[in-house]
Design a protein around this ligand. Sequence first.
Ligand code: BTN
Length: 250
Amino acid sequence: MFSFISKKYIKEKLKDTPYKIAVRNSVTSTNTIMKEHAVKENCEFNVLVASKQTAGRGRMGRSFYSPAQSGVYMSVALRNEENENPLLITTDAAVCAARILEKMSGKKAYIKWVNDIYVDGRKVCGILTEGVGKYAILGIGINVLPPKGEFPDDIKDRAGAVFEKKKPHIREDVIINFLQEFMNIYKNRQGETLLQEYRKRSMIIGKEILILGTDEKAIALEIGEDYSLVVKKENGEKVNLSSGDVSIKI
Ligand code: BTN
């Protein structure tokens, strides 16, 4: 049976939090819409959730497949603190998503540097943080359930869903758990602790990777203090890759 994400269910569970939540059946992109709002009004902790996106966006100009009945697509407006690296919002959100998906599904959740979550060897979640004026818009897309039919050809070899079967309010519970856990992390900046967890969950350390854009091969050595990826190239040179520069293929 077709069902949209329930605003009532989410709002009841999150009524004692600072979030101001809007839930839509279908939008172009929750990040695009939130970015438009963020220039106009005070919107810290505004959240836009959609059951479906018609123009979901990923990093590096890619699209993000966002069909109805399967995923959770949401954007959260946060203050873009001048003294803080906005990348930390992405990495905090990655740890947060991995934690809650693991807890809910009982399956191990790994982070593929810098912003993807993998379960059972498949990408189940992507994160896109974008700055606009005083705000950072945290966008997160989670494939909670398998889509109707298959994933599109270009992603079907690596995309997956966290759960195999529908359960009552499973998408709403993912949203609620993510937002509660994220607020907890965000309010109690857990710097070093989160870096340790990010490192532990990292799935590319010790693996051979291909640096897309340059087609160079390298071995991933470690996640640096600043969340850069330290790699050793074939010529022995060690370099720190920054998330904006490259995309990694394992
Ligand atoms: C990636 O995989 O490169 C990041 C994907 C981020 C997708 C989310 S879904 C909610 C928000 N709105 C968007 O258009 N993108 C993000």
